[in-house]
Ligand binder design. Sequence first.
Ligand SMILES: NC(=O)c1ccc[n+]([C@@H]2O[C@H](COP(=O)([O-])OP(=O)(O)OC[C@H]3O[C@@H](n4cnc5c(N)ncnc54)[C@H](O)[C@@H]3O)[C@@H](O)[C@H]2O)c1
Ligand SMILES: O=C(O)C1=N[C@H](C(=O)O)CCC1
Length: 265
Amino acid sequence: MSIRVAIAGPRGKMGAEAVHTVMKHDKMELVAVLDYKEVGATLADLPMFPASYTVPIFTDMHELVEVTAPDVLVDLTNPHAVYKHTKEALNLSVRPVIGTTGFTDAQLEELSALAKEKELGCIIAPNFAIGAILMMKFAKEAAKYLPDVEIIEMHHDQKLDAPSGTGVKTAQMIQEVRAQKAQGHPEEKETLEGARGADFDGMRIHSVRLPGLVAHQQVLFGGDGQLLTIRHDSLNRNSFMSGVAFCVEEVMKMDQLVYGLENII
Ligand SMILES: NC(=O)c1ccc[n+]([C@@H]2O[C@H](COP(=O)([O-])OP(=O)(O)OC[C@H]3O[C@@H](n4cnc5c(N)ncnc54)[C@H](O)[C@@H]3O)[C@@H](O)[C@H]2O)c1
Ligand SMILES: O=C(O)C1=N[C@H](C(=O)O)CCC1
């Protein structure tokens, strides 16, 4: 039996890629997409998709679920819409697979409690690329031995949230193994605000935004007379798609929320 999938944000850079991924997948059926405005009756009405993509477009999640009964909602929208979508999906007994970044800690906690109460799988994945997951895992391991660390995340200039979800997740994973520590000189002063980047538990996260970039991150470790750099580059959005497909299959087997693919690979 196919997994019935709906995608929120189908006209976006990630959403459009995910539409093709699900349409091509032999164990999945794309039953609906969710947009925030009327853009056509089906994806076939949009010049960016082939005429064979007769997947209905909805602007209301309740109607989408009532008419098309998806098993899974993949959300690739923006930080303003994603929390509401995730909550609505869980309340309608649809399992969310969330690639959108920008959740607050309080939102993650609330959604985790809701998924538990509903006994529904929910995956919130700040990064779907296997290389990025490995970069985070390796960084966590390295931080046990080299606790002085700075994160430089680099993304395209259309990104809305900073720091990136991956940058924050990396810092959270390192925090699990590193004693709190303020880095740099105890008396250092910024003569230009922001020069030292964002402060996460004493670790600094620097966000670079440039046209031409896709999604890249370096985790830099410094020790006595030595430096270690762990770097990952996503060069296109196809790099995320095997992770999206993996999550759609995995979330069907789960009964709670998981934040980060490193917990299920
Ligand atoms: N987890 C990952 O591996 C990963 C990878 C890339 C991007 N992302 C994240 O995915 C999100 C989307 O990235 P993108 O580059 O595709 O952005 P994008 O701006 O290209 O696309 C976002 C799309 O969402 C749509 N949208 C906005 N509000 C909506 C709503 N209320 N309902 C339905 N659709 C709505 C917009 O119309 C747009 O088409 C971002 O949060 C980004 O950080 C995650
Ligand atoms: O393009 C984006 O936006 C990306 N966002 C994610 C993040 O915030 O970590 C993952 C990579 C791409």
